[in-house]
Design a protein around this ligand. Structure first.
Ligand code: ATP
Length: 300
């Protein structure tokens, strides 16, 4: 289990992480989300034992992370800085041996992962000859080559296309199925809604949203109604409890304060002939975030 308890980290006067607490159990995928500078990388550095918290504790199976247990952990750092003049094979031998792995085992696992990531042809190529996305795959493989029981991934998906994102997600899920703990960061809030159950959203070092994603969504009473067809946006705007109406190309999104407003909107829609579909949806994580911290952070 990974237990972060009241962790605070200060850089001089700046509070980068402010009394953060969460736990991750074997078989859980945990999302640490938030805008740029929210404190995600700092949290990972505390988990990895690279930074000592100013207050609080960070414990992996009851102990601090250090030389004695780091072989069980995989860490993908945010900076995409690999040793670029050596080959993929040389790089993996280097990282694997840092984790006390036998060269034979490293090379067997490398072959498996290169195949799974569809980059077998790059094994003897220099890192600098690979595209950015393929370098990212290599960096990911270097974090999982030791079959970690705790996998710490700082912005693993940034810059990946949807197909490669799916590929990364399927590998992360396999680690989850095998009982590993996974913690990853992202500033793309909606992007992660589909695959992690527990999250914390950080804002200026503080947890502003936390818990099980399904509960967070259920507790957030604001909803939206998607209407495909011809409704009058001004009539919708005048319904009490409707706080925003967005007119998109083929649909209208009506944002409502809570479920009770839906009946009023439906009563209006039923008077119209030209409506193809309408449905109530839960708010997205970005919408919840914006509602909590204000509109100055649309770009999350
Ligand atoms: P991003 O998504 O941009 O990577 P982040 O959520 O990972 O951001 P951190 O890198 O943890 O955020 O930074 C948290 C805060 O601490 C920021 O205000 C940052 O400027 C500051 N900070 C980070 N590292 C240092 C450092 N070594 N010295 C001083 N301040 C730092």
């Amino acid at each position: 289990m990974l237990e972060i308890t009241n962790a605070k980290m200060m850089y001089g006067d700046l509070v980068a992480v402010d009394h953060l607490s969460f736990t991750i159990k074997p078989g859980e995928i945990f999302g640490l989300l938030g805008t740029n500078g929210a404190g995600k990388t700092t949290t990972f550095r505390m988990i990895m034992g690279l930074l000592e918290p100013t207050e609080g504790t960070v414990l992996y199976n009851g102990q601090k992370v250090g030389y004695h247990n780091v072989n069980e952990i995989g860490y993908m750092i945010e900076e995409r800085s690999l040793l670029t003049r050596i080959t993929v094979k040389e790089l993996m031998l280097y990282f694997g041996q840092l984790k006390d792995m036998e060269p034979k085992v490293i090379l067997e696992r490398l072959d498996y992962w290169l195949k799974r990531f569809d980059i077998v042809a790059y094994k003897d190529k220099k890192i600098k000859e690979l595209s950015k996305g393929n370098q990212q795959k290599i960096q990911f493989i270097s974090a999982i080559i030791n079959n970690p029981k705790l996998l710490v991934l700082d912005e693993p998906f940034s810059g990946l296309d949807p197909i490669n994102t799916e590929l990364f997600v399927s590998v992360i899920r396999d680690f989850q199925k095998n009982g590993s703990m996974v913690v990853f960061s992202s500033h793309q809030l909606d992007h992660v809604e589909s695959f992690c159950e527990k999250i914390i959203v950080l804002e200026k070092g503080k947890a502003i949203i936390e818990g099980e994603l399904k509960n967070i969504k259920k507790e957030f009473r604001k909803k939206k109604i998607r209407i495909v067809g011809n409704a009058d946006p001004d009539v919708l705007r005048n319904i009490e409890g409707v706080y925003q109406v967005l007119e998109n190309a083929n649909e209208m999104i009506v944002k409502i304060e809570d479920d009770s407003v839906a009946t009023k909107v439906f009563n209006y829609i039923k008077t119209l002939d030209d409506i193809q579909t309408y449905d109530v949806e839960e708010a997205s994580l970005s919408e919840i975030f914006i509602a909590k911290v204000g509109n100055h952070h649309e770009e999350v």
